[in-house]
Design a protein around this ligand. Structure first.
Ligand SMILES: [Zn+2]
Length: 147
């Protein structure tokens, strides 16, 4: 019994380090909480940034951490926004074996909110990477020309 406790404490501690920082929850409505905190997935083709290609920057909906530039967004008709690169250090990657699939979850590196999944080796762009992100996890800021 004591051995189990000793083994479990570091595991629980590790999980807590990657769980959503509750201080940002007041920025989210119920549908955003379902995706960002409860790691849900919005319905394909439902998100407002799925078919959206304006110039600017995407930040985390919960904490405003910069995540993606519009020039890394590409059209891939999978139903969710696709990016082939992130702003350096914007996300953390966590192995996700849910639903019998081996995937890599991406979370905001600041608040650990769920963004989506990243896929490699699909040969869709030169960077050979696809960040498949829920629109509900993102907020778009248009490019400030006088910046
Ligand atoms: Zn965040």
């Amino acid at each position: 019994m004591i051995l189990i406790i000793i083994i479990c404490i570091p595991i629980i501690g590790l999980c807590q380090n990657n769980s959503f920082k509750k201080e940002y929850i007041h920025n989210l409505d119920q549908s955003e909480i379902e995706i960002i905190v409860n790691k849900g997935t919005e319905l394909p083709f439902s998100g407002k940034y799925n078919d959206f290609f304006e110039q600017g920057e995407y930040v985390c909906k919960a904490c405003n951490h910069p995540l993606y530039k519009s020039n890394s967004k590409f059209e891939y008709k999978c139903g969710w926004p696709s990016f082939d690169d992130e702003i350096k250090g914007a996300t953390i990657k966590i192995p996700d074996n849910s639903y019998g699939m081996e995937r890599i979850e991406i979370c905001c590196a600041n608040c650990f909110g769920h963004l989506g999944h990243v896929f490699y080796g699909e040969n869709l762009t030169n960077k050979n990477t696809r960040h498949c992100v829920n629109s509900l996890s993102l907020k778009f800021n248009s490019l400030k020309l006088n910046n």
